[in-house]
Write a protein that binds this ligand. Structure first.
Ligand code: G1P
Length: 284
């Protein structure tokens, strides 16, 4: 019997060196896209997909993430006293109702597979989402909700994928699929000449809990890290894993180009600045 997906895991222990000096004192997940930090987009997508338990695999330098999801009584009372009701409402919206937050320290930077394994005890014996906040996906359906719909039918793991230029395969997990979109193969960061396709794994997974036993046995792989991709490859003989070509647009906010284009596109969605921004762009 399939259980509902209640838990979302957010690996956020990475140091974000590509955004230094911005990330010297601020977690990269707290960088804003216009006026909302990346981690909040992540939480909203997970909550919209039905998650009520949010698990952050974190590092001691990343306390700002925890604080972002706590009530800020002092700020609230200042806003209340000055009659700024709309801003007060915005603050309240950062903490979705009925949701519990869990924080697990990832002691060593041993990779995504290791980060997910750190969630084992909190997740328990249930299916769960993995959401990498660097990958911002804008879609009406919500990418995690799409994965969940497929899981309702298959009862097995689902992974979000999208085509990338062949020369970019060495930055991603890459899959080979059959005509039913079932995974035949998955490899981490293959050389473009050896990649089984150009279908890249993006940062959304729905995994069944048997992945944890496999992660415990997974040796260091690409980049000397314990790779989630390698554990998923071990799951293939016993599980029909579906690759989901999700709808919407993905911005890789782990690099400057993706981050800036996300800011631009989302700023153009904001009514109060759209016209002025369009005018500015015309003049460029
Ligand atoms: C991780 C995964 C990789 C996946 C990517 C998506 O890589 O290991 O398989 O394609 O996220 O963003 P990273 O970007 O952490 O190197």
């Amino acid at each position: 019997m399939k259980s509902k997906v209640n838990t979302a895991v957010f690996p956020v222990a990475g140091r974000g060196t590509r955004f230094l000096p911005a990330t010297k004192a601020i977690p990269k997940e707290m960088l804003p896209i216009v006026d909302k930090p990346l981690i909040q987009y992540a939480v909203e997508e997970a909550v919209a997909a039905g998650a009520t338990r949010l698990v952050f695999i974190t590092h001691r330098s990343k306390g700002a993430i925890e604080r972002h999801f706590q009530t800020n009584y002092e700020l609230e009372s200042i806003l209340k006293d000055s009659g700024k009701e709309a801003l007060l409402e915005l603050l309240h919206e950062t903490v979705p109702p009925g949701v519990r937050f869990y924080y697990v320290e990832q002691g060593e930077p041993l990779g995504l597979g290791h980060a997910v394994l750190c969630a084992k005890e909190v997740v328990g014996n249930e299916p769960f989402f993995v959401h990498l906040p660097d990958d911002l996906i804008r879609s009406d359906l919500g990418c995690l909700s799409e994965l969940s719909e497929i899981y309702e039918e298959t009862g097995a793991s689902v992974i979000a994928v999208e085509p990338v230029p062949q020369e970019r395969t060495s930055s991603y997990g890459v899959v080979d699929i059959d005509e039913r979109s079932v995974l035949k193969q998955i490899v981490e960061k293959p050389d473009p000449k050896e990649a089984p396709s150009n279908l890249a794994v993006v940062g959304r997974y729905l995994l069944t809990p048997d992945i944890f036993d496999l992660l415990e046995r997974t040796q260091r792989g690409a980049g000397g890290e314990i790779q989630l991709t390698d554990a998923i490859a071990e799951l293939l003989p016993t599980q029909e894993i579906t690759a989901c070509r999700f709808s919407g647009i993905r911005y890789d906010c782990g690099n400057k180009y993706g981050y800036v284009t996300a800011n631009l596109d989302l700023a153009l969605e904001q009514e109060d600045i759209r016209a002025a921004l369009q005018e500015h762009l015309k003049q460029l």
